[in-house]
Design a binder for this molecule. Structure first.
Ligand SMILES: [Zn+2]
Length: 81
């Protein structure tokens, strides 16, 4: 039997199913910033916390909520589709 794929359900359950602030913000980043961010997001949360990513965005004048970062990292946003 194949593995259940819940991604579609998870997407529909996401609080911001239409837009992902992380994905949106990422589009506007400089290449180096984007590379750094993608690498940071891939780190375990115990090493790079969601709050740290949030502050990183703040330092770049981008408003990305902690929830948006968490949802994105958990793959519950539209980016994961
Ligand atoms: Zn996302």
């Amino acid at each position: 039997m194949s593995e259940a794929d819940l991604s579609e359900f998870l997407c529909l359950s996401a609080p911001n199913q239409n837009t992902c602030k992380v994905g949106l913000a990422m589009e506007g980043l400089k290449t180096q910033d984007r590379v750094n961010l993608i690498a940071a997001l891939a780190q375990p949360k115990t090493i790079i916390r969601d709050g740290a990513i949030c502050k990183w965005f703040e330092a770049r004048d981008l408003r990305v909520s902690l929830t948006a970062v968490t949802v994105h990292r958990d793959g519950r946003c539209r980016c994961a589709r």
